[in-house]
Unconditional design. Structure first.
Lengths: 446, 397
């Protein structure tokens, strides 16, 4: 046999082997993708990979042995959109802000849960009224929040004691807070350089809402067609916020914050607080997960300070079911379970917010957790729900456009390249220009 | 007789056909992949640039609306303002960051010249200089983020400690100020001289007349001007240096310093990277007989470089320049995403990062496609211009 003949034989064998291997691999992968035993439905739950999810799944599966849940970690809108566009939708997905919920609902992606409320025992009537933007879209129920968190002030009791400052009391004002923060701000000298060793207060750059609301300011008009950032009420709030950092110097600058606890990641404020670099920080109950880890950290919570208006920011997330979910009934069962007592207490006792279900049997059990006897002020989180408000959005401008404009112009304010009033004027002008364009051309509306 | 002649011809023809078929067979998978994952999406993106598409719904035709929103201007309070001010700010940022390209190219050439020496252990040095190119980009960015930290960063700590030591006594302080002023003055003169040399070189390649006398007069006038200015503002120079040393800049936290800081960081990683390897290969490809001939003609090291090395490596320089311009316009995503978040005040956001935000954070695929096509247009025009100019300056053997 010559070389050509041998080559042909080897080529044929190679092709047959390649095709067989590919087919075999395909069959193997197809048969192993669904680990669900026969007769048992499986739902895919797209949500952040919090360690508590495993416990939640365990609890649900113990109540519903015929349904298994797979935690698909991550629920970023990009991820969800790709899955939806690829026709492999999750069964239950987390949506983290009201505008995303509106975007998904408006584009017909979300299942209207209204007809299923009674059949699947979804306790919508027990949800706090402040959570409405996470629940309804044009009168239809599209999302179910599992937990939430009104912003409160976490304070380091040890630093208060050392500075001889009395612990703050619920219902305190911003003036009182500023007074405390001044007393709790300390400096040290390093090679004759005066650098801050401790700051009184920390507020994240994106959590300025309550400062404008306290002066009865609003970011958008009621109909969402105008940005009111240039209104005197909003300017007053932004001026106060800027003064905390630039005039009174009780809040660390971005650069100081990074030097005190170098990280650019989520939770840098938690690190500052955990390292006793800031005495007070404005945040939600989810931070207690981190603070509990630090055994020597003596902390407590107090209500968010108020101005002329008593108000605080509310954060939550809602679970929704895509219309195209292949396991609708099971997904509805799961959603209904999320608002049940056991699950509500499991999640909130873990520290990830407070129960979204305001039923008294749940809130009573939440108010005191014997596993964490030092946390005596849990009731405060519940009480703050009276003043809690979800951040505003306009249906006529993408939130990311708003954030981008805010970030750029407020950065200039922090760098003292423009005054707070000028920043407010520019922000209003730029946001209104986009709203006008979007209104003029509906193609630009989501 | 005829049969005997035609048989080998037939054999050859069928062998050629088989070879052709095999060639197409090998090309097909890549070509199909290119068609499916590159060509078709590129063509679709051109269509998308004329639509508004948020993925949920079918694309809605908006004509040139995206282009006018991106590139157009309108009157506001009797002032002409861009419809999308972000875009123009980010174009400026992208172009600013490209200042690093010529500096990087010069540095790469310098290092390649050093690495081209026949020294013991030169391979070790080549490896060291190439190391940043093979390190994880994200890890390096985080490292630089700490280096640039205003308070605890190594760079500022060094500035403070070295500056503090130098200015601990009036004598050393004064001497440092004078030396630094001379250094900055000479650097400025050097930069001007380099630009003038470049102009001279291009003029000579294009056959244009250049008056050397004018060049000298300009350089002397500029140099004198710089030193007179430094002398006149001696006090100001001294206090500026002192203030810089006592309060070094917040490199990534201020609009003025963020971009220069990123350029310096890019230079660190880029000098010894792939450009150095390309230059090294080009330098090793220059025949030694040319240098021998130049030596016989009495050429010194500078003359040898200018008359032999530089023209011989000009195709490589041209290639690096074109690729760097293309890369420069397509860069900035990782830095913005990992290191700066595009801030402060959007000063480190590039077109590439803006494109990503528009497409994958705002889901405005139509507008993002418009940005991509405008970017493509800019790159195409610049590449063609470079090609046109470069073709006249580059020497091909």
């Amino acid at each position: 046999m010559d070389n050509t003949g041998l080559t042909r034989i080897f080529t044929t064998i190679g092709v047959i082997f390649g095709v067989t291997a590919t087919v075999a691999l395909g069959i193997f992968l197809t048969s192993t993708t669904s680990p669900t035993p026969k007769g048992k439905a499986s739902i895919r739950w797209c949500v952040d990979p919090n360690p508590i999810r495993k416990e939640q799944i365990k609890l649900f599966e113990s109540r519903h042995p015929d349904i298994s849940v797979i935690n698909d970690p991550g629920a970023e809108p990009q991820r969800l959109l790709t899955q939806l566009a690829g026709d492999v939708p999750p069964d239950v997905m987390a949506l983290y802000d009201p505008q995303t919920i509106r975007l998904f609902a408006k584009n017909g992606v979300l299942l209207d849960l209204t007809p299923y409320v009674s059949k699947y025992n979804i306790a919508v009537d027990k949800l706090y009224p402040a959570l409405e933007p996470y629940v309804y879209h044009e009168g239809r129920i599209v999302g179910i929040p599992e937990n939430c968190g009104p912003f409160v002030v976490f304070y380091n009791k040890k630093l208060f004691r050392e500075a001889g400052v009395p612990y703050p009391k619920p219902g305190w004002t911003w003036e009182e807070c500023l007074d405390c923060a001044r007393k709790l701000t300390k400096y040290k000298y390093e090679n004759s350089r005066r650098i801050p060793s401790q700051k009184g207060l920390f507020i994240n750059n994106t959590d300025w809402w309550l400062l404008i609301w306290m002066h009865n300011g609003r970011l958008f008009s009621e109909d969402g067609k105008r940005c009111l950032m240039d209104s005197p009420q909003v300017k007053k709030g932004i001026r106060f916020w800027a003064d905390l950092r630039l005039k009174h110097k009780v809040m660390p600058t971005a650069s100081e914050a990074q030097s005190m606890a170098p990280t650019g990641a989520w939770g840098s404020d938690a690190l500052l607080f955990r390292a006793s670099m800031v005495a007070m920080t404005l945040s939600g109950r989810w931070m207690s997960i981190q603070y509990r880890e630090q055994k020597d950290l003596d902390w407590d919570v107090v209500s968010a300070p108020h101005g002329p208006n008593r108000v605080t920011l509310l954060a939550s997330k809602a679970y929704a079911i895509p219309k195209a979910s292949p396991n609708r009934a099971e997904a509805l069962t799961f959603i209904g379970h999320l608002l049940q007592r056991d699950n509500q207490l499991l999640v909130s006792n873990y520290g990830d917010g407070i129960p979204a279900n305001s039923d008294s049997t749940i809130t009573k059990a939440f108010a005191y957790n014997p596993d964490y006897p030092n946390e005596k002020n849990n009731q405060l989180h519940l009480d703050e729900m009276k003043y809690a408000r979800v951040q505003e959005f306009s249906p006529y401008i993408n939130n990311l456009d708003v954030s981008a404009i805010m970030a750029v112009e407020l950065d200039k304010m922090w760098l003292q390249q423009q005054s707070p009033d000028a920043a407010c004027d520019v922000i209003a002008k730029r946001i209104n220009a986009i709203i006008r364009r979007n209104l003029a051309n509906p193609n630009f509306l989501d | 007789m005829n049969n005997a002649k035609t048989k080998p011809v037939e054999k050859r023809t069928s062998a050629r056909r088989r070879e052709t078929l095999a060639a197409y067979g090998f090309l097909a998978p890549n070509f199909l992949g290119f068609l499916a994952f590159t060509s078709i999406p590129v063509i679709i993106s051109l269509f998308m640039s004329f639509t508004h598409w948020n993925i949920f719904k079918s694309p809605a035709w908006v004509g040139f609306e995206n282009f006018s929103s991106l590139l157009g201007f309108h009157h506001e309070d009797a002032r002409l303002v861009p419809n999308d001010p972000f875009f123009w700010q980010y174009v400026y940022n992208t172009v600013y960051l490209m200042i690093g390209i010529p500096i990087g190219m010069m540095g790469s050439l310098l290092i390649a010249l050093m690495m081209n020496q026949k020294l013991k252990g030169i391979v070790f040095f080549r490896t060291i200089y190439f190391l940043p190119a093979v390190c994880s980009g994200v890890a390096l960015l985080i490292l630089w983020k700490y280096l640039y930290n205003a308070d605890i960063g190594l760079i500022n700590q060094m500035i403070r400690s070295v500056g503090g030591a130098l200015y601990s006594s009036p004598a050393t302080g004064l001497m440092t100020t004078v030396l630094l002023a001379i250094f900055f003055g000479l650097t400025m003169i050097g930069c001007v001289a380099l630009i003038m040399l470049l102009v001279m070189y291009i003029c000579s390649r294009l056959g244009l007349q250049w008056k050397e006398g004018i060049y000298r007069v300009l350089l002397i006038a500029f140099g004198s001007g710089v030193f007179i200015a430094i002398g006149a503002y001696g006090g100001a120079v001294h206090s500026a240096i002192l203030s810089f040393i006592s309060t070094p800049p917040d490199w990534l936290g201020t609009v003025q310093w963020a971009k220069p800081a990123l350029i310096v960081m890019g230079l660190w990683g880029g000098l010894g990277g792939y450009n150095m390897i390309l230059y090294l290969a080009a330098l090793q490809g220059v025949p030694s007989s040319y240098y021998e001939a130049a030596e016989i003609d009495g050429a010194g090291p500078w003359a040898k470089f200018w008359s032999v090395t530089w023209p011989m490596i000009s195709p490589t320089t041209f290639f690096i320049l074109v690729m760097s311009i293309i890369g420069g316009f397509q860069s900035g995503f990782m830095t913005a995403n990992v290191m700066t978040g595009g801030g402060p005040a959007g000063s480190t956001t590039t077109i590439e990062y803006y494109l990503y935000q528009t497409a994958f954070e705002k889901f405005n695929m139509g507008y993002a496609s418009t940005i991509a096509w405008v970017l493509f247009g800019v790159i195409l025009i610049l590449t063609l211009a470079t090609w046109k100019l470069g073709g006249r300056v580059v020497t091909y053997e």
